[in-house]
Write a protein that binds this ligand. Sequence first.
Ligand code: HEC
Length: 146
Amino acid sequence: MKGVRERGASGPAQATGSVGGRVGGAHTKEPGRAGSARAWGALVACLLLMLGGCARDRSAPGLYRSYCRRCHGAEGEGKPRALKLYPKSNLLISEMVLQGDREAVRDRIANGEGPMPAFKRRLTPEELESLVDFTIRLASEQKRKE
Ligand code: HEC
């Protein structure tokens, strides 16, 4: 049931069963409505992003997939060809990552270095922070697997 609804902004289509419902005007403010309004807001934002051609998942794993994976590999292990030239593109052996040096990692993501592009214009401060966490966690999770 996730086809595009063509009925316009009529809200969730389950008014029939709900207490109070929408009978008698749209001004009834039930506490439960805030949640669904937020959900609709998120859905609309999502649709707008898709229209804009940037259907990106802005969670940390989503950001990593969109921005980092092509150079650093799915797990941070780096890409074989790039590794020859840039051994440091293996994040799993990166000192700053292994030491959990948030400052250095944040700076690297924000400002880039050498072939690594700067990302500060493409990330909100919160997103940058969540990527710092994600990168550090990536390495510590890999270590635990070994
Ligand atoms: C165009 C390829 C490319 C992309 C995209 C890229 N990186 Fe990098 N990154 C590199 C390379 C190459 C290096 C190693 C640079 C060097 O030799 O100093 C590096 C280095 C790093 C380092 C420092 C490792 C160290 O110990 O020196 C971190 C942390 C890092 N990248 C994280 C990220 C994150 C997070 C993203 C996504 C937001 C990202 N990179 C996107 C190519 C890339």
